[in-house]
Design a protein around this ligand. Structure first.
Ligand code: LLP
Length: 438
């Protein structure tokens, strides 16, 4: 999908812009988003649904990467939006995102967050548990305001992905459990509610999923419940939200299906199930985060210190690390990289790429083949567009990188680099014990 290439001078080019131009302009570490890449992925999802001739929504899971520019782009691409906190909703408000196309998620939405969602009249709230349900009932009753809701269920499907990003199994903090009858009870409570309009069902089985079978299985599991609800309560969903989780390519071994294929196979399963029940095909919603922005993002670092341990390993350190990409430390996630300023130079040695945090676990890539490199060289790490900047932090008081968008030979900064000033802007001197001593 992307526009990355290595130009005649051996320099990595993204969106028609040399990596060296970007780093000279904005410094490092730098997140670079290839806007064309995001466009074509959104288009591929849209096309697959259109080909299947179903009603649908593609909600960008903004937790993957949220900022005003990104949400403006998402709106331009006819995407809806999944938010899961007041901060994500606020960003959407600031971006002028159409509130009707926003879905609110989360296993512990606060009363304030629910109120904010209702006040902004967002598209729907995905109800996760009984606590939230009762708060929401009271809130809409007191405001005399209606709200569309989906109920989130845990379909009991194993996603075959890292345990930390797997959510569909029964023992999960998310959603109503199917086996114990809690989901049935929630449907019963919602089906004729005056203010909450139950539009449908949501399930999300996990992330970085390569097999379409996972989604097919989830659809079948959800429909088992739908059959039950149809019989017991006469409830049949208008909306079926199958969540996100479509896998992307981080490293060599990752082989995602073409985006359309996940959709085609999942939609076929929904059509089969609906036909068996003699019911209309519900509107189908998905919530991709990573699949829209993951591969579009590249992080460019400057290489710094080198440590050779003879016969053991060479560590090459970059000017960022787990503060801008915590995924290797958290999930043993793997990445590939190359020298952005000398991309055609032949590999000469094996090195391991370390971050600059005071933490042994702060390693980005183990055993990477590179030309002999060091200070003055730029390392481009690929597929960092999802859960990179969005999980960035200030550990060791390291400043968060800048983010730029590139497209058609042009570039623009959409999040400026954090400054030392920014770092302390929320802070005050203390006075308590000083005053007590007087
Ligand atoms: N919908 C729901 C309800 C979700 O919980 C998530 C992700 C998504 C959609 C989007 O999933 P995606 O298409 O991006 O895989 N920090 C982890 C991922 C956590 C995902 C949380 N929920 C990582 O870096 O892999």
């Amino acid at each position: 999908y992307g526009t990355q290439r290595i130009n005649e001078a051996g320099i990595l080019e993204i969106g028609g812009v040399d990596a060296t131009v970007l780093t000279e302009t904005y410094g490092t570490p730098l997140f670079v988003y290839d806007v064309e890449d995001i466009r074509s992925r959104a288009a591929a999802f849209h096309q697959a649904f259109r080909d299947e001739n179903v009603h649908y929504q593609i909600a960008y899971a903004s937790k993957a990467f949220s900022c005003i520019a990104m949400l403006e782009l998402a709106a331009d691409l006819d995407l809806s939006l999944d938010v899961c906190s007041e901060g994500e909703l606020y960003t959407a408000v600031k971006a002028g995102f159409p509130m009707k196309n926003i879905h609110f998620h989360g296993n512990n939405k606060t009363p304030q967050e629910l109120e904010m969602a209702v006040e902004h009249e967002i598209g729907c709230i995905v109800v996760d548990n009984f606590t939230e349900l009762s708060w929401l009932m009271a809130l809409t009753e007191s405001k005399k305001q209606q709200m569309d809701v989906l109920i989130r269920i845990t379909p009991g499907v194993e996603a075959h992905t890292h345990e930390y990003i797997s959510t569909g199994q029964e023992d999960s903090k998310f959603g109503f459990d199917l086996n114990s009858g809690q989901a049935d009870q929630a449907v019963d409570m919602l089906k004729d509610h005056k203010w909450l309009r139950l539009q449908g069902v949501h399930s999300h089985i996990g992330s970085q999923i390569f097999r379409a079978e996972g989604f097919e299985e989830a659809v079948r599991a959800v429909f088992q419940s739908i059959r039950k609800w149809e019989q017991a309560f006469g409830f049949y969903p208008q909306v079926l939200n199958v969540g996100g989780g479509f896998g992307i390519r981080y490293a060599e071994g990752d082989k995602p299906l073409p985006l359309g294929e996940y959709i085609t196979r999942m939609v076929k399963e929904v059509k089969n199930e609906a036909a068996e029940m003699n019911k209309p095909v519900p509107e189908i919603w998905i919530e991709p985060g990573r699949a829209l922005v993951g591969e579009a993002g590249t992080t460019i670092y400057s290489l710094g210190a080198r440590k050779d341990i003879p016969d053991v390993r060479t560590y090459l350190s970059v000017d960022g690390g787990m503060t801008d990409n915590i995924r290797p430390a958290l999930y043993q996630a793997e990445y590939t990289a190359l020298l952005a300023n000398r991309a055609n130079d032949p590999a000469e040695e094996q090195v391991s790429i370390a971050g600059k945090c005071c933490e042994s676990g702060d390693m980005l890539i183990w055993d990477l083949e590179l030309p002999k490199a060091g200070r003055g060289d730029l390392l481009a790490v690929f597929s960092t567009g999802a859960y990179g900047y969005s999980m960035a932090n200030n550990y060791n008081r390291i400043l968060r990188p800048a983010v730029v968008f590139v497209e058609n030979g042009r570039h623009e900064c959409v999040i400026r680099r954090e400054s030392l000033e920014d770092l302390v802007k929320l802070e005050e001197s203390y006075s308590l014990s000083k005053t007590a001593a007087q």
